[in-house]
Design a protein around this ligand. Structure first.
Ligand SMILES: [Zn+2]
Length: 60
């Protein structure tokens, strides 16, 4: 049977577990309207992504 040769150190274990830990999404500012938007997400308030309109907004 395969048995680990060395005990996993606390740091190594924690570093491994840190990869699966939840962290707050990265927020950036929309260049179009200036509101805070998660990165890689089209802006929900103006519908712009990468300098062009990608969402159709109702109620204008
Ligand atoms: Zn925007």
């Amino acid at each position: 049977m395969g048995v680990p040769k060395r005990k996993t150190s606390k740091m190594r274990l924690r570093t491994r577990k840190a990869a699966n830990r939840w962290h707050a999404p990265h927020l950036s500012k929309c260049p179009q309207c200036g509101s805070t938007v998660p990165s890689h997400i089209a802006c929900p308030s103006c519908g712009y992504y990468r300098g062009r309109q990608v969402l159709t907004l109702e109620g204008e």
